[in-house]
Design a protein around this ligand. Structure first.
Ligand code: ZN
Length: 303
């Protein structure tokens, strides 16, 4: 037996920033570095350099987890497993996020979509650690959602793209065409941070409490939660991201969820106990990198 602590590499590969860390099996981050997402070659080189140098100082890495912005290929039988799909992020389409890591570090590597990984972190250690069916939503520059069913993220045809469903238009919002480059007025096109900015010239938290944008935003996100209740039946919905930085928004979403369910679902979780059903994340901005740590631990356990 050795007393050497188990160490894992964790990479949160975001569209605007990378967070690279080394953590332990208790979900504690020991070292971390963050840098802006530049071109793939220099960004991945900086990622490798951190793990190489800090790993050498702390001890050997048992495995590495990668929580990547999407779309990504999650089918392990595909030759494109671990690669970024078609993305508007310049230069990144087709980037192999895992191959270079596997060649250099020669250890198991876990790979997931970033929101699935964040969901995993909240499930493993955070705001949903007492349930095994949950959805983690992030409402920010885009809208994404990770779905965990029976303790595992959903994979299928690809991964859910919850942000691109079409909500029913709010009566005060009929003239806005939406900002999604693919769909115009899908949910992301109507309720993401850039959509709020396009209508009002401001972030939601900067607007007066009487501004109709609060009601519009809460209604669209309430519709999203209602559709999730009706389709995937989660035991909890965790809602984070930059647009959620005002706690007031969460309290406006809950009654809109109830409105859109129309009294059809009789479970107490969506009625008297709704404050414990639609909740804020425990980890905030740390959910992604902690999710990558969880992926690394799972990859080590599977070998
Ligand atoms: Zn869309």
């Amino acid at each position: 037996m050795t007393n050497q602590p188990r160490l894992f590499g964790a990479i949160e590969a975001g569209g605007t920033k990378f967070v690279v860390a080394i953590g332990n099996e208790r979900g504690e981050i020991l070292e971390r570095e963050r840098f802006p997402t530049a071109d793939p070659a220099s960004t991945l080189a900086a990622t490798h350099a951190f793990l190489r140098h800090r790993g050498k100082a702390l001890g050997a890495l048992e495995s590495i987890g990668v929580a990547s912005f999407g779309p990504v290929e999650l089918d392990k039988a595909s030759p494109r497993y671990g690669c970024i799909g078609h993305t508007p992020k310049a230069g990144w389409s087709g980037t192999d996020m895992m191959g270079g890591l596997a060649r250099e570090f020669r250890c198991p590597i876990g790979f997931e979509l970033d929101v699935n990984a964040a969901a995993l972190a909240e499930y493993r250690w955070g705001a949903a650690r007492d349930v095994d069916h949950l959805v983690y939503l992030t409402i920010g520059t885009g809208i994404g959602g990770g779905v965990i069913i029976g303790g595992a993220p959903i994979h299928g045809l690809m991964h859910p793209e919850i942000g691109h469903i079409y909500p029913r238009r709010h009566a005060l919002d009929l003239g806005f065409e939406g900002v999604c480059p693919f769909h115009g007025d899908c949910l992301e096109g109507l309720a993401s941070g850039p959509a709020i900015l396009a209508r009002t010239g401001a972030e939601l938290r900067q607007l007066d409490a009487t501004h109709p944008q609060w009601e519009i935003e809460a209604d669209y996100l309430g519709q999203l939660c209602a559709q999730l209740v009706l389709t995937v039946s989660p035991r909890r919905i965790v809602v984070g991201g930059g647009v959620m930085s005002s706690p007031r928004l969460l309290s406006l979403i809950r009654p809109r969820l109830q409105h859109w369910l129309g009294g059809y679902i009789e479970r107490g979780e969506v009625h008297a106990s709704v404050d414990g059903y639609v909740v804020a994340p425990q980890f905030g901005d740390n959910a992604g990198v902690l999710g990558a740590l969880a992926l690394a631990m799972d990859a080590a356990a599977q070998t």
